[in-house]
Write a protein that binds this ligand. Structure first.
Ligand code: F3S
Length: 753
């Protein structure tokens, strides 16, 4: 399945290109720099790129797409004029499977209810040379880690947790579908050269702590914005002591601090994982260039000299953490949870504990969680909360079933959901969630934004390691500290839970009957891809209009969003996932989760044409019908969260022309640019306060749009008064060409014709 020739070719470049980069930069190199400099689109043009400043063209080795984002990416790729993808690419059907009663039944239902979409993805993969992972095969990032990730590689994926592959020493980055289209079309992929954050891990995890606690701690330090525009590189003895899958968990949740990606140097744990997943050839190749797959030794000896920021964590002293609710960076050590819960009024009774997902469903995770479930059985403890397991892949599910772990979990009343995203992405048919009751769940997933798991805004979701989730679910209360507290068993006796134990890798090796992979046709020219014009779920795309080169006048304010506005707020997931391949239908969720700064309500904005208040998409459609351009205004880190380009395509499709914010999340800003939108930031943040509900916007110097040159907007208030505000942008010359053409895809098409 994995492409050994590709890895060989990549590794052949390492020696000469790294030597060249060292010569040019005149300093030792971090691992991140080695991977970046060996993957330049034009390797002969090595120069010292300024971190956080220069846009650089890269040539990733692979592309991975999940079913929700692949639809739009492939609909776009079909318009690119190629007959096969330029680099090995895969599609993974994982997001569209709803968790309801249990794995088998849920999968069967999903196959029927999503047939049209799965058939489309299968046929388009078959035609264009793309590996297809069927529904039930597993979650994209776990499948990638098991099959495709390799030390020193560069990959992009249409999902923000693509970064998970850093566990095997990759630079793997979550992007929008439009970026995937670029790479699959053989074009350069552009990224602002990242800053570098070094995390030195000393000591060794012990007792109740798990790799998850490292990233929960890092999230508390960096917050959801702290990693923005940076690669986090982990190193030190503590890093070497972690399993490859544990490293994957840490890299996975790098997305929660906004990091471009995270990575670790190649070591023995990666070698063990490669061999255990039947990739000994890859391990042998990696061993051959070992010195290039980690930083130069001087870098880790004096990290302050080579990283923009260094964080040090002593694993000996690390405590298990519970992060949340509603944001993954609210980090509370378990010993302080009872106090914090009291202070903040968090409901302490746990309704459901959920383990698994792409973040935490390795063999190691499951075996350690199972050791606690076994203790509950042995010590006659009745598990107080509901408990669910979402395996990351069929290979993991089959192996843990073979090794008896599922039996153990079933003894504490657990349900096993399908090998898919399920509750992690709102695909959870949770009984009673619609009642909106205040309640608490704990899970080992990565995100815990409001409504994400079950659609209920009052569900307080906390993130923890699978081990801690299991212990807390047994106890039924978040105030339980397994390191110090006792539980009462069915015989009325006091018992303690001993720290979890487990195995990094299965003693008998991994096993699977049908991993769920389907190779593409060698020649796909005869394969047809059908999209019904009547479909409610798939819609062929029409190109967006090019820019007329003129200034933009009389644009109305659609919404001034207050506070957090993630891609979930802009283009909600959950039930809307079914429309991911139909731009017009999914646009009916545009910004319905954003809070209107003028009334503090969601999905209620003023229609300036008639003064009434209505839902955001309806108001926007009214402006579109009247041919009136609009503007969206936002706060800090606008568009944080996922890579979904729908959050940029929907406003573009419905006629929003510009998004003006205090600051952007990287992927979303790029997505806006790709779709031919204006993504702008206030030069003076306080100008956000000048925006009034009835404002009109005149972009007075857009016709002179140029790199590095601020733009100016004249605000015309309802009373006729005017204010001029200055806006920054980060468009380079190429991105301005996208804007002129109407979208990056329009430009690709022009170039392919
Ligand atoms: Fe799926 Fe949740 Fe991971 S949505 S890809 S399991 S972050």
């Amino acid at each position: 399945m994995f492409d050994l020739d590709l890895i060989k070719k990549t590794y052949e470049n390492f020696g000469p290109r790294i030597e060249k980069a060292r010569e040019v930069l005149k300093k030792p190199l971090t691992l991140s720099e080695k991977i970046l400099y060996t993957h330049l689109f034009e390797p002969e043009k090595v120069t010292e790129f300024k971190r956080g400043v220069d846009y650089v063209d890269f040539a990733p080795d692979r592309v991975a797409m999940q079913d929700a984002t692949a639809q739009m990416a492939l609909l776009q790729f079909m318009n690119s004029g190629r007959d096969r993808t330029a680099v090995p690419s895969t599609v993974h059907c994982d997001h569209l499977i709803q968790a309801s009663v249990g794995g088998r039944t849920d999968l069967k239902f999903a196959l029927e209810s999503n047939k049209e979409v799965f058939d489309f993805l299968e046929s388009v993969s078959n035609k264009y040379g793309i590996g297809f992972w069927k529904p039930g095969a597993g979650i994209i990032h776990q499948v990638v880690l098991e099959n495709y990730a390799f030390p020193g590689g560069m990959m992009i994926g249409t999902d923000s947790h693509t970064v998970n592959a850093g566990g095997l020493g990759m630079v793997a980055i979550g992007v929008g579908g439009a970026d995937a289209v670029d790479v699959m079309a053989g074009m350069a992929w552009e990224l602002k050269f990242p800053k570098l954050i070094g995390v030195k891990l000393t000591g060794k995890l012990n007792g109740w702590t798990a790799p998850k606690d490292i990233i929960l701690k890092v999230a508390g330090i960096l917050t959801v914005k702290g990693g923005t525009g940076a690669i986090i590189e982990y190193f030190g003895e503590g890093a070497k002591s972690l399993s490859a899958t544990g490293k994957g968990t840490i890299c996975n949740m790098g997305a929660e601090v906004g990091a471009t990606t995270s990575t670790f140097g190649y070591d023995e744990s990666m070698e063990r994982y490669l061999r255990a997943t039947e990739r000994s050839e890859v391990a042998d190749l990696a061993n051959g260039i070992k010195e290039h797959l980690t930083a130069d030794s001087e870098v880790y000896a004096n990290p302050e000299k080579y990283f923009d920021q260094v964080i040090e964590i002593d694993l000996n002293k690390l405590e298990p953490h519970l992060n949340g609710p509603f944001t993954p960076d609210l980090a509370t050590p378990i010993s302080k949870v009872a106090e914090a819960a009291k202070k903040n009024g968090w409901p302490t009774k746990i309704e459901v504990g959920l383990i698994g997902s792409c973040t935490n469903s390795s063999y190691e995770d499951i075996s350690r969680a199972a050791s606690l479930a076994q203790q509950a059985v042995d010590k006659k403890l009745k598990t107080k909360s509901e408990f669910t397991i979402t395996p990351g892949s069929e290979q993991v599910r089959y192996t843990i079933e073979r090794d008896g772990f599922i039996d153990i979990f079933e003894k504490i009343g657990a349900s096993v959901f399908a090998n898919a995203c399920g509750p992690c992405i709102g695909q959870w048919n949770r009984p009673g969630a619609e009642k909106g009751e205040k309640n608490t769940i704990v899970h080992s997933f990565n995100r815990n934004f409001s409504k994400r798991a079950d659609g209920n805004p009052n569900t307080h979701a906390f993130v923890a390691s699978p081990e801690l989730v299991t212990a807390l679910a047994i106890a039924g209360n978040i105030t339980f500290n397994p390191m110090t507290d006792k539980l009462i068993n069915e015989d009325g006796q006091e018992v303690v839970l001993d720290p979890p134990t487990g195995m990094e890798l299965p003693e008998k090796g991994f096993a699977v009957e049908d991993a769920g992979y389907q190779a593409p046709a060698a020649d796909g020219s005869a394969v047809s891809v059908a999209v019904s014009p009547d479909s409610g779920r798939l819609q062929l795309l029409s190109p967006f209009d090019p820019w007329d080169g003129k200034n933009l006048n009389g644009a109305r304010l659609l919404i001034k969003a207050a506070g957090k506005c993630t891609t979930d707020h802009i283009s909600m997931a959950g039930p809307w996932l079914r429309f991911r391949g139909h731009l017009d239908n999914i646009s009916n969720n545009m910004l319905i989760g954003a809070v209107n700064a003028f009334n503090n309500e969601t999905n209620k904005v003023k229609n300036q044409l008639n003064g009434s208040y209505d839902e955001v998409p309806k108001v926007q459609r009214a402006y579109k019908a009247a041919n009136i351009p609009t503007v969206v205004v936002g706060d800090h880190n606008y568009g944080e969260g996922s890579s979904r380009e729908h959050a940029a395509m929907e406003p573009r499709h419905l006629g929003v022309k510009a998004v003006i914010v205090k600051s952007f999340a990287r992927i979303h800003e790029t997505n806006l640019k790709k779709q031919g939108m204006l993504g702008l930031t206030f030069v003076n943040e306080d100008d956000y306060d000048k925006i009034q509900e009835d404002d009109k916007f005149n972009f007075v110097d857009l016709s002179e749009f140029a790199p590095g040159k601020p733009l100016h907007v004249e605000l015309v208030h309802a009373d006729g008064s005017k204010q001029l505000i200055e806006l920054n942008h980060t468009y380079n010359a190429q991105q301005i060409e996208w804007y002129k053409a109407g979208s990056a895809l329009n430009l690709i098409k022009q170039q392919n014709n």
